[in-house]
Design a protein around this ligand. Structure first.
Ligand code: ADP
Ligand code: ZN
Length: 517
């Protein structure tokens, strides 16, 4: 069976060879295994079930949450001569009925469905009359509570599989799998973890960086001016931010498009089209934009505000440089964004998910404060163990010298201990800088020996320094309505003088020297 795979890739899809992981995934499916395929966005996951669908008898079911993409995917298949269709809420009752009848006649090789469809007992009944060799679960992390996009309707997939007279094999596909999510997917879909196909998450043409302590708008305008020949995406946290930035960029005569969920369908489609066809060079959008878009020449992806977690970040940033050419992924960090994200999490999630989402947010904050390789930070997050510094990111190319900040670190750590290890970052910074803030005096903190020992620094700088200590695992966070900080085991070693702490000179120093003529 497997010998047919390469000729099919060439004849139907027009590609000369497989990409990393595709062959292995196809082989695993054709052998009859339940499998999980973890590849970065743009890695070519679709081929991993489309080719088996062509080879195996019957109709492969593809479960996908992205209704807006189904039509495009199906159209693309039909164009290359593969009979396929989709059923989702965009169809009339009659259209859906007709397609189900045709599917029962075996007229399609692939049938795309939205997970909600599986909640209908009639549809499950219909499936029993189809020959189904394979079920492809796209965006499989949606099945896991630990994932960043849990969808309860995905839980119906297990029931569907159990009810089929002939057990189809399963292939789960995702771009965002932390080890915990991966384990969850395997348990829920009965996949032997040995049948995991995971391709490197490193994107060798992307260079990551984090910009701190600068005027964001000014930075952005400079950047756009320097890169005015290139296409790029700017992600903003809210619809309002998108609208404001959009108007601002228009004033600068920049050819800009915008996209967010508050716009009408028609306008959104028009704006997306303008960007995809290079009529607009800059897309300003919320995270609603980008799922499945196939534009290869995106040269940069800038996050105006902090993304809510690493999964979302890597997915969004990963839309840059799909053509393999060097591209930049930049986060413009400002500490107040953390408050905004915390607020959004507070508003939207239940108790159990909240702690977990706050932890994910903290890792995003750590990303912004680490001084090690950013690409490595990402790879470690996704569970890759053996990595090397990329040599391209903002940290790898940072030429500022490291200075010994062990003494400052000890000041902070000992202050945290003296305060009882049950207060937040900001009040700790206020105590260290000798603030006369009401809460500080009310708690009697001005009597601590560490009160004011860093008064030559601003509260903001000390706050930043505390974030840095958190990113170095010297301080840890206890999540809750108010996050509090405590000294980690590694931090205790620093207090005991058994370990030193180094930090690059602060951004302010660099700015001054840069503006020197
Ligand atoms: P994913 O679902 O992993 O994000 P897709 O399946 O949409 O990725 O594929 C991303 C792009 O790569 C598509 O444009 C696809 O046509 C292309 N592609 C997939 N496999 C190959 C291959 N073997 N050779 C060249 N291009 C490929
Ligand atoms: Zn690096």
């Amino acid at each position: 069976m497997f010998e047919q795979a390469l000729p099919l890739l060439q004849s139907h899809f027009g590609y000369s060879s497989f990409r990393t992981g595709q062959e292995q995934a196809i082989q695993s499916v054709l052998t009859g295994n339940n499998s999980i395929c973890v590849m970065p966005t743009g890695g070519g996951k679709s081929i991993c079930y489309q080719i088996p669908a062509l080879i195996l008898p019957g109709t492969t079911i593809v479960v996908s949450p992205l209704i807006s993409l189904m039509k495009d995917q199906v159209d693309a298949l039909i164009q290359v001569g593969i009979p396929a269709t989709f059923i989702n809420s965009s169809l009339s009752f009659q259209e859906a009925y007709d397609r189900i009848q045709a599917a029962k006649q075996g007229e399609y090789k692939l049938l795309y469905i939205a997970p909600e469809r599986l909640e209908s007992p009639e549809f499950i009944e219909d499936l029993k009359y189809m020959e189904i060799p394979l079920i492809a679960v796209d965006e499989a992390h949606c099945i896991s509570q630990w994932g960043h996009d849990f969808r309860p309707s995905y839980r119906h997939i297990q029931k569907m599989i159990q009810m089929m007279p002939q057990r189809p094999r399963v292939i789960a596909l995702t771009a965002t799998a932390t080890p915990r999510v991966r384990e969850d997917i395997c348990n829920l879909l009965e996949i032997d973890e040995r049948n995991t196909i995971i391709t490197g998450f490193e994107r060798e043409n992307l260079s990551f960086s984090v910009i701190k302590g600068q005027d964001r708008l000014k930075y952005l305008l400079d950047y756009l001016k320097k890169n005015d020949k290139e296409a790029g995406i700017i992600y903003a946290a809210t619809r309002k931010n998108v609208d404001i930035l959009y108007e601002r960029l228009r004033k600068e005569n920049i050819n800009v498009a915008r996209y967010h969920a508050g716009m009408g369908d028609a306008e959104r489609a028009r704006e997306q089209e303008r960007f995809l066809t290079d009529q607009a060079s800059v897309m300003v959008a919320t995270s609603a934009f980008g799922m499945g878009i196939d534009k290869s020449n995106i040269r940069y992806c800038i996050h105006l505000q902090l993304p809510k977690n690493m999964e979302s970040y890597y997915q969004e940033a990963g839309r840059a440089g799909r053509d393999g050419l060097a591209s930049e992924c930049i986060v413009l960090y400002s500490p107040q964004d953390v408050q905004i994200q915390r607020f959004l999490i507070d508003q939207s999630s239940d108790r159990t998910r909240m702690t977990q989402e706050l932890e994910k947010l903290q890792q995003m904050v750590d990303y912004c404060h680490t001084e090690s390789c950013l690409q490595e930070f990402i790879l470690h997050y996704f569970g890759e163990a053996e990595t090397e510094p990329c040599g391209r990111c903002g940290n790898c190319t940072d030429e500022r010298t490291s200075i010994d900040v062990t003494k400052e670190a000890q000041m902070v750590l000992s202050c945290v201990i003296r305060m009882g290890q049950r207060f937040g970052k900001n009040i700790t910074a206020q105590v260290l800088t000798g603030s006369k803030n009401k809460k500080v005096t009310e708690m009697g903190f001005e009597r601590l020996s560490t009160y004011g020992i860093m008064k030559d620094k601003s509260t903001k700088d000390v706050s930043d320094f505390i974030e840095f200590l958190i990113s170095q695992d010297l301080l840890a966070i206890e999540q809750g309505t108010f996050p509090t900080i405590y000294v980690s085991p590694k931090g205790k070693e620093v207090l005991l003088g058994n370990q030193q702490v180094h930090r690059r000179e602060t951004v302010q120093v660099k700015q001054v020297s840069k503006s020197d003529p």
